[in-house]
Design a protein around this ligand. Sequence first.
Ligand SMILES: [Zn+2]
Length: 447
Amino acid sequence: MSIKNTFTIWFGKLLVKVMKLLGKGAGNAPGLILWTLNKNCLKAFKVECPIIAVTGTNGKTSVTNYLSHIFASNKGKIITNTQGNNLDTGICSLLLANCDMKGRVKADYLVLETDESHVPVIYSQLKLETLVLLNFFRDQLDRNGEVETLILKVKKFLETFEGNVVLNADDPNVARLGKANPNNKNIFYFSVERYSGATDEPYEVGEGKFCPFCGTELVYDYYQYSHVGRFHCPKCHFGEDKPFTLIKNVDLSAPSFEADGETFKTAHNSIYYMYNLAAVYTASKLYDFDKATLHDTFEHFEVNNGRLETFNITGSELMVNLAKNPVGANMTLRVMNEQAGEKELLFVLNDNLADGHDVSWIWDINFSIFRDVTRVVTSGTRAYDIAIRIKCSGYDPDKIVVRPDLDDAMDELFKNTGRKFAIANYTAVQPTRAAIKRCKERREKNG
Ligand SMILES: [Zn+2]
């Protein structure tokens, strides 16, 4: 090990110790400091096990949690950032906390949720074995710039990458990356066959409708959600690759899906989740995980971090979903619509640094699809903005209640019983979960 690398690791380990002594926990600070001092610090770590990275706009955290659960099933040691610390500095902190004084990271697998824009810089320093790419949508424009810029960044990385690439064949923004390196034979597409809620016409405002290779308009057989669906280019035949995994017979009422001739029951009933599971299934297959583990995981495993998480409060069921972009929000509205009967919606919108101060993305959410929504409560630092947005969609303003304080919002929401849904953006999701738990305690105490 070079002197510089030795120093990097020693200094990093010292930072971890100092933070602990200060009672601050290690957290993200050691990685942040180390990264600021040395942008090549990840090279100082010695990782000998396979690294699996998960990236894409929506679903990264869930897929990373699922894969870690499966990869840990045969008593393997997994190092993972399941809490979504997915930037270069977060991954640096994670490795610092898990390495010895020589920088050796001992594990059977590293499963790393990785921010799309950080894929090239992190994996030019750490040897990646498998990259799982879920989807590309407009997200947090302040930080990432246009989605095309992001795709091109990942594409540039893939041009020289020879490891496994697991790709969503039904998202043209992702599928195109399968051709980034014509010499890479380890390209594994997954696709999901048409489900009952698919449409012939696009359901929402979407991106990626033109062929990235020849500019011809893509022809869709159907849209599953947003711009995700079965497509092909009539001119250059982009989109006609045979998938490695084909998910069939998606049944949201069971809920279940079929893969390689077997039916898998699932814990969640949205098409959005079926795509996440298709990615999990494909990556697990590359590592030969047994079917029994997959059955058990898909049916029972819960991520419980505000991703389609369900709470029960005094006779009411509330489903919470994180949405940091129009596609995520539209997806939740769609899950809501697919449930028969009356329901109420809570929308919590913050505009903190990590959310991006620009909340204009809420204007791309399709609220006109509301079905049997009897009341909307809005909360968060931008509670009024989201209320105005919903009002402008034509929804009856008398049914909108604005409660910027989250505890007030919960009391309002649970004034009556029934089915409820909550959408919260990035920095709102954990406070929302905490407020739900506080509300539950208050109500149980008051009997
Ligand atoms: Zn084409």
